[in-house]
Write a protein of this length. Structure first.
Lengths: 508, 430
C-alpha cells in the first residue's frame, strides 16, 4: 500500500489506451480493490473489436457455443441494429468463469477501459465468486470445459444424425429452457471430468431405466402387476420439465437425452444470473464508482478523467420515470447501485429513520455489511431485506394493481410511511422468478393407457398463459413422443385446457 | 493477477455458421424475397445484396409465459401526484403502463418485422438456385477471372523478382550514413587533431598522441567499413495489385415480343434470362450498353421499365425488331469496336410470311456481326414457323447462334452452357 500511495504521478494523459496503460490501470484498480477486501477470481482481460462483440452477443456472451440457427438470428438482429445506429454495443461482457473473462472493446477510450475493468473485473468478478447462488449452482472453473464438451458432442451428433434432426431436438429444448432448472432443490455443479467419464455409462443405464418404466410384458405375479398399474407416476409433480423428459421420455434416443441435458445445464448455469440482476449490476456499479473515485482521491488520475467518468456513470445509473419516453422498466443498475450506496450511508451516517428500520445495519463497518448483503441473497430477498425508505422516496416508487376486468388501475401504495412495507414487498415479488414465470409442472402420466402426459399450470392471480402455449406444447410433445395436455387451474377450477393432437406435431 | 490478451486478431466471423443455419432455415422466406427483388430490380442492378424481411412471428421462439389477463401488480418509479387509492382510467387499447406481468419493457413491442441484410453473393446464390445453375457456372458469374497487374507503390516485403533496386540502394545508403555517423564524426575529429599535432607538435607525448590517434583512425575506418553495404531491411519491392480486366466494350440487345399473347409470367422468365446474360457480360466486359427492343407488329427501342412492364396487344412481326437492331448497330455500335450480343425472347408467335424475312435479315445483316445470338422460346405449345426457320439458322451457324425451348425457369441454364462452352475460342476475338 505504501508503494501505491507514494506514487502520485498520474496514470495517463490522453484518451487513447495502450496495453501498457491497461496493465497499469488494472494493477492500480486491483490493488485498491484488494484493500477494500474484494475477493476475486484471476482476471483474463481480452481486447476485442466491435464485430467480435457482436459475435459474443449472439452466443449469449459465451466464448464458444454449439451451433444453432437462433444464435444466427440474434446475430443478424444485433448487426442490423448496430449498423443502423439504433443501438450501441455494451462496453463489456463478462463471463462467470475462472479465470473470469472480460471483453473490452477496442473502440473504448482509456477512461472507459478503466471503468470496465473496475466494473467487470472487480465488481462482477467478486460477485460471481461470492454470491451463494453462483457458488451453489455454477462451477466457474468447469464452465469453459463444459462448453467445449457440449460443442463437440453436438457437432458429433450433427455428423451422425444430421443437422436437421439435431436442430429439431434443440428447438424443443430451447422452448423449455426456462423450465429446465430445479428451483428448490440444490443441484450438483457442472463438472467436466465427471461429465465425460460418466456419459457413456449414463446413456446405457438411462435407457435401461426408461425401458423398465415402460415395460409391457406381463409379469408373472398378477398382484404385483396390479400394484404397478395403479401406481401414480410421477409420484410427485415435477417442476424441472427438461429433467423429467431426459429421464423418462419413452422414445428418445440416448443422444437426444444428452442434448436435453446440455440445454438443461446451460439453463442452470444462467439461472443465478437471472435471479441476481439488480444485486449483480448494482454491486458492479457500486464498485466501479468507489474504485474510480479512489483512483482520483489518490491522485492517480486527473480531474478531466474523473469528470468524464462521472458522466458515463450517471448515464449508467439513470432511472427515467414511468411517464418518460425512455422508460423501459426499472433499471437494475440504478436500483442496485442506490441500495448498496444507501447501505453504506446508513453505516456511516445513520438517521433516526434508519435506526428504526435497519437496527442491524447502522454503525457497522460498511465493508462487512455490503459483503454480507452481496453474498447471501438473491434479488427478491435482497430488496425485501435492504430497500430503505430513503431509496423508495428517491425513486418515488408507487405500486399499482391492475385487474383486466376493471377499466381502472388502482394505486395501492406510494413512498410514504404507511406504504413503505407493502411497496417493498410488491417490488420484491416483481423479482421473484416464480412470479414472473408461470408455474407449470408435470402432473401425471398414463403409464398403461395411451402414455399421454398431463401438465398442470397453477394460475397466479388468474393470469392466463400467453399465446405461445400451444406451440410450446408441440415442442414438449416432440420430446415426449405422445399426447400432451396442459391444464390451467385457477384454484380448484379448471380454467383452460390446451391439447395438441398427434396429427399436429409435425407443424411445430 | 490479470492476463491481458489481444483477441482482435482472432477471426471475427465466429457467428457465420449460425448465420448460415439461420439462412438455411428460412430459405423459403428469403427465396421469395429474392424473387420479388429480381422482378423489381433493373437487370443491371444486381451488384448488391438485398434486405430481407421476415414477419417476427415466423421466427419467434415460443416459451411459456404469462399472457395478459388476470390480476397484475407492478411497481413504477417517478410518482408525481398519485396517492394511495387513486383510480386511474386505463389508456385505450389496453396496453400501456401496468399491463400486469412486471415485464413492461417487452410489452407493446408488436409484430415488428425481422429485417436483415444478405450480401450480394448470397443474393446471387438464391437467384441462381432457381435457375439450377451448376456451381462452376455460379462461380464464373460471381467471380472475375482475368486480372491486370497494376503498380501500387513500394513495400518492404516481396519476392526477389520484384526488387526495386533504386529504392533499396537509396535506403541502404541512408542507413549506412546513419549507422556510421558516430564513427565518422569521431574520425573527423581525430583526423583534425592529428593534422593539428602534425603541424607543430614535436614533444614525445604529442608523438605518442599521434600514434594513438593513428591507431584510432584505423579502427574507426574499419568500423565504418564494417557497416553492411546492404541489409535485408533496406530492400524494397515493387507492389502490384490485381485489377479485374474486363475486355473492352459490349452491347447487349434484349429483344422481346410484347404482343398480347405474352403474359407477365412469361416476361418474368425472360427477365431472368436477360439478367443472366447481363451478369455474364458484366464479368467479361468493361462497359456494357443494354438496348431494349420490344416489338409487336412494329419494333421500338424502349426503357427497361417499359420493356418489362407495359402491355401491348396485337399481332407479331419479329423481323421488325431484327431490322431495328440492325439499324441501331449501324448507327451507334460499329462492330469493330463493340462486342455485340443479342438475346431474343418470344412465345413463338409470328406471322408465317414474316419468318422468312427474319431468316434473311439474320443471315444477311446480323449473324456475322454478333458474338452470339440467343433465342429462347417460352411456351408450352407446339413450335411454329419461327422456331423452324431459326433451326435452319442454327444448323448453318452453330457457333454464334443458340436457341432453346423454355417451359420453366430451370430450363434457362442449358442455353447458357452453350455460351460458356464457347468462351475459350472467342474470348480473344477482339
Amino acid at each position: 500500500m505504501s508503494q501505491t500511495a507514494d506514487k502520485t504521478e498520474k496514470l495517463s494523459q490522453g484518451p487513447d489506451w495502450t496495453f501498457e496503460l491497461i496493465e497499469q490501470y488494472d494493477r492500480e484498480i486491483g490493488a485498491i480493490a484488494a484493500e477494500f477486501g474484494l475477493d476475486t477470481y484471476p482476471n483474463q482481460i481480452e481486447i476485442i473489436s466491435s464485430e467480435q462483440m457482436m459475435d459474443a452477443y449472439a452466443s449469449v456472451g459465451m466464448p464458444l457455443g454449439y451451433h444453432h440457427w437462433s444464435y444466427g438470428k440474434q446475430f443478424l438482429e444485433v448487426e442490423q441494429n448496430y449498423k443502423r445506429g439504433r443501438m450501441g454495443l455494451a462496453y463489456e461482457i463478462v463471463i462467470n468463469s475462472s479465470p473470469c473473462i472480460a471483453y473490452l472493446m477496442e473502440e473504448n477510450n482509456m477512461m472507459m477501459q478503466a471503468l470496465v475493468i473496475a466494473h467487470a473485473c472487480y465488481g462482477h468478478n467478486s460477485f460471481f465468486k461470492g454470491n451463494y447462488l453462483f457458488k451453489t449452482w455454477t462451477d466457474a472453473t468447469a464452465i469453459i470445459d463444459y462448453l467445449v464438451f457440449a460443442k463437440k458432442y453436438i457437432l458429433d451428433c450433427e455428423e451422425k444424425y444430421g443437422i436437421e434432426e439435431v436442430e429439431l431436438t434443440l428447438d424443443s429444448c430451447h422452448a423449455l429452457m426456462n423450465f429446465g432448472v430445479d428451483r428448490y432443490k440444490r443441484p450438483v455443479p457442472i463438472s467436466l471430468a465427471e461429465e465425460r467419464a460418466r456419459q457413456d455409462e449414463r446413456e446405457q443405464v438411462l435407457q435401461q431405466q426408461v425401458n423398465d418404466l415402460w415395460r409391457t410384458i406381463p409379469m408373472s405375479d398378477k398382484s404385483e402387476e396390479k400394484a404397478l398399474r395403479e401406481r401414480v407416476f410421477p409420484s410427485e409433480p415435477q417442476e424441472n420439465l427438461l429433467y423429467f423428459l431426459e429421464k423418462n421420455a419413452p422414445l428418445l434416443k440416448p443422444w437426444q437425452r444428452e442434448l436435453i441435458r446440455i440445454v438443461r445445464k446451460m439453463a442452470q448455469y444462467f439461472y443465478p444470473q437471472r435471479q441476481t440482476q439488480v444485486m449483480n449490476e448494482g454491486w458492479a456499479s457500486f464498485w466501479h464508482y468507489t474504485l474510480m473515485n479512489e483512483l482520483y482521491n489518490r491522485g492517480k488520475v486527473k480531474e478531466g478523467f474523473i469528470l468524464e467518468f462521472l458522466q458515463s456513470h450517471t448515464n449508467v445509473v439513470a432511472q427515467p420515470s414511468f411517464d418518460s419516453p425512455y422508460y423501459s422498466g426499472i433499471n437494475p443498475y440504478a436500483l442496485g447501485f442506490a441500495i448498496y450506496t444507501d447501505l453504506k450511508r446508513m453505516c456511516e451516517e445513520p438517521t433516526e429513520e434508519d435506526r428504526y428500520w435497519f437496527p442491524s445495519v447502522v454503525d457497522k463497518p460498511w465493508g462487512e455489511v455490503l459483503d454480507f448483503a452481496m453474498r447471501n441473497f438473491k434479488d427478491e430477498s435482497f430488496i425485501l431485506q435492504f430497500l430503505s425508505p430513503k431509496v423508495m422516496r428517491d425513486f418515488r416508487f408507487f405500486g399499482i394493481e391492475n385487474d383486466v376486468l376493471d377499466p381502472y388501475v388502482e394505486i395501492k401504495e406510494i413512498h410514504n410511511d404507511s406504504g413503505y412495507k407493502a411497496l417493498r414487498e410488491r417490488l420484491a415479488q416483481q423479482y421473484n422468478l416464480s412470479y414472473r414465470e408461470p408455474n407449470i409442472q408435470v402432473q401425471r402420466v398414463e403409464l398403461y393407457g395411451d402414455r399421454s402426459l398431463i401438465l398442470r399450470h397453477t394460475m397466479d392471480n388468474g393470469r392466463p398463459l400467453n399465446d405461445d402455449t400451444i406451440e410450446v406444447i408441440k415442442h414438449f410433445k416432440r420430446l415426449w413422443g405422445f399426447d400432451v395436455i396442459l391444464e390451467s387451474w385457477d384454484g380448484d377450477n379448471l380454467a383452460q385446457s390446451y391439447k395438441c393432437d398427434t396429427g399436429e406435431s409435425d407443424d411445430v | 493477477m490479470s492476463y491481458i490478451i489481444d483477441r482482435r486478431l482472432n477471426g471475427k466471423h465466429k457467428s457465420s455458421v449460425n448465420r448460415q443455419r439461420f439462412l438455411r432455415r428460412y430459405r423459403e422466406h428469403i427465396r421469395k424475397a429474392v424473387e420479388e427483388a429480381v422482378n423489381e430490380r433493373s437487370i443491371k442492378d444486381l451488384d448488391r445484396g438485398e434486405q430481407i424481411t421476415i414477419p417476427k412471428r415466423d421466427i419467434h421462439e415460443p416459451t411459456f409465459g404469462h399472457g395478459s389477463g388476470g390480476k397484475g401488480s407492478i411497481v413504477h418509479p417517478g410518482n408525481k401526484e398519485f396517492s394511495p387509492g387513486d383510480r386511474i382510467p386505463k389508456p385505450e387499447g389496453g396496453q400501456g403502463k401496468g399491463a400486469g406481468n412486471g415485464d413492461a419493457s417487452h410489452q407493446g413491442e408488436g409484430e415488428d418485422d425481422f429485417v436483415f441484410q444478405i450480401s450480394q453473393e448470397e443474393f446471387l446464390d438464391f437467384v441462381f438456385e432457381d435457375l439450377a445453375l451448376p456451381n462452376l457456372v455460379r462461380k464464373n458469374l460471381k467471380e472475375i477471372k482475368e486480372f491486370n497487374m497494376k503498380h501500387a507503390g513500394i513495400v518492404s516485403e516481396g519476392t526477389p523478382s520484384k526488387l526495386n533496386v533504386v529504392r533499396s540502394m537509396r535506403n541502404a545508403y541512408a542507413r549506412r550514413r546513419v549507422m556510421s555517423s558516430g564513427a565518422r564524426k569521431k574520425l573527423a575529429e581525430a583526423e583534425a587533431e592529428r593534422e593539428a599535432l602534425l603541424d607543430h607538435g614535436e614533444a614525445p607525448e604529442e608523438l605518442a598522441r599521434i600514434a594513438w590517434l593513428d591507431e584510432q583512425i584505423t579502427l574507426l575506418k574499419q568500423k565504418i567499413e564494417r557497416t553492411p553495404f546492404l541489409d535485408t531491411y533496406d530492400l524494397r519491392y515493387n507492389h502490384h495489385v490485381k485489377e479485374p480486366r474486363p475486355s473492352s466494350k459490349a452491347v447487349m440487345f434484349c429483344i422481346m415480343d410484347v404482343s398480347g399473347s405474352m403474359t407477365q409470367e412469361t416476361k418474368n422468365v425472360a427477365k431472368r434470362f436477360f439478367i443472366l446474360l447481363y451478369l455474364f457480360l458484366n464479368r467479361n466486359y468493361e462497359k456494357i450498353d443494354v438496348v431494349f427492343i420490344r416489338h409487336h407488329t412494329s419494333a421500338k427501342e424502349v426503357s427497361e421499365e417499359e420493356f418489362f412492364y407495359s402491355r401491348e396487344t396485337g399481332g407479331t412481326i419479329v423481323s421488325s425488331a431484327l431490322k431495328l437492331m440492325d439499324k441501331i448497330v449501324k448507327d451507334r455500335y460499329p462492330p469493330d469496336q463493340w462486342n455485340i450480343y443479342a438475346a431474343q425472347a418470344s412465345d413463338g408467335d409470328n406471322w408465317d410470311d414474316d419468318s422468312r424475312v427474319c431468316k434473311q435479315v439474320l443471315e444477311d445483316d446480323i449473324i456475322d456481326i454478333v458474338q452470339h445470338f440467343t433465342y429462347i422460346e417460352i411456351t408450352q405449345r407446339e413450335h411454329q414457323s419461327l422456331w423452324r426457320i431459326y433451326e435452319q439458322i442454327q444448323s448453318t451457324h452453330p457457333k454464334s447462334f443458340a436457341m432453346r425451348h423454355i417451359v420453366e425457369i430451370g430450363d434457362i441454364y442449358p442455353v447458357f452452357r452453350d455460351l460458356f462452352q464457347r468462351r475459350p475460342n472467342e474470348s480473344n476475338s477482339r
